[in-house]
Design a protein around this ligand. Structure first.
Ligand code: SF4
Ligand code: SF4
Length: 281
């Protein structure tokens, strides 16, 4: 059997914007193509989620790739599988205590997608990277997690705040602890496996889209375009901007007035919390 189409698929995937491509066993008939889209997080105090920006960009890269493959006579379909255990099983990388996959050179900083392609077109490969970068159970993420979600046994997703952030209105405990819009980055930011990636400045157009008074005024259109619209509706980014402004001592009367007419419950809940937060300071 020939591996030539693996090379074609790799080339086309890179053309579409993916950096690393892996071919994993799915069944006798099908191979899973794992597409990895690395990113560099933005500096810690900025709150803009580089992972969601990357995830959204990579979604469009995947669509472009499906078209490119089709034009080259290869039919690929979207498939949703538990990526991390599969990638670890076939030696792409290893799973850390914080539940994330780490890959040498990328740490845990990546968006991933999977496609299903006939194994007559591309062959699965067993990789041997699982020992190259591994969690040494240093415990830094255990100490950093504000919800006690990580232990030496791994992560308990029921305790991780990200599990409870799909809706626009967050609990007060989440408001106090979220580190980025739509999420928490503490366990990744502290992890020495990510030192190889570091942090970067935010590109100007992304910084503009997430400008805090712009979000608080309800102008979230461009920010939502950048991070995806699925989980950012109902005033979520405005509510989170209010939280960050309150925690940073930046929530002026003018900013509060900008948000006061919002039609969204999440925004009014954030204003309520911000008032209580300010009274405790
Ligand atoms: S901080 Fe330490 S224990 Fe946590 S994932 Fe990273 S290497 Fe593993
Ligand atoms: S994302 Fe935040 S809440 Fe979830 S495990 Fe990591 S540090 Fe804990």
């Amino acid at each position: 059997m020939s591996f030539s189409r693996n090379e074609d698929i790799t080339r086309l995937s890179q053309q579409a914007g993916f950096r690393h491509i892996y071919f994993l066993y799915h069944s006798e008939e099908k191979t899973i193509v794992l597409l990895v889209f690395p990113y560099t997080p933005y500096k810690d105090d900025i709150h803009i989620p580089a992972n969601y920006v990357a995830n959204n960009s990579s979604y469009f890269s995947k669509k472009e790739l499906i078209n490119l493959l089709f034009e080259n006579g290869i039919e690929a379909t979207d498939v949703f599988v538990p990526i991390k255990p599969l990638a670890a099983k076939y030696g792409v990388g290893s799973i850390c205590l914080n539940g994330l996959l780490c890959i040498n050179g990328l740490g845990t900083r990546m968006a991933m997608h999977t496609l299903l392609i006939d194994s007559s077109i591309c062959m699965p490969v067993i990789y041997d990277h699982s020992k190259e970068l591994t969690c040494d159970k240093c415990g830094a993420c255990i100490d950093a997690c504000p919800f006690g979600a990580i232990s030496l046994n791994g992560i308990d997703y029921k305790k991780c705040m990200r599990t409870y952030m799909n809706d626009a209105t967050h609990s007060d405990a989440v408001k106090e602890n979220l580190t980025t819009y739509m999420g928490c980055e503490r366990c990744q930011a502290i992890c020495h496996l990510n030192e190889c990636v570091g942090f970067c400045d935010v590109p100007a157009h992304i910084s503009d889209a997430f400008e805090i008074s712009r979000l608080i005024s309800g102008d979230t259109k461009e920010a939502r375009r950048l991070v995806g619209k699925n989980f950012t509706g109902n005033g979520k980014l405005t509510a989170e901007a209010i939280v960050f402004a309150a925690r940073g001592g930046l929530l002026t009367k003018e900013l509060i007035a900008l948000a006061s007419d919002s039609p969204f419950d999440a925004v009014h809940d954030a204003l309520r919390w911000a008032k209580e937060y300010a009274s405790k300071e």
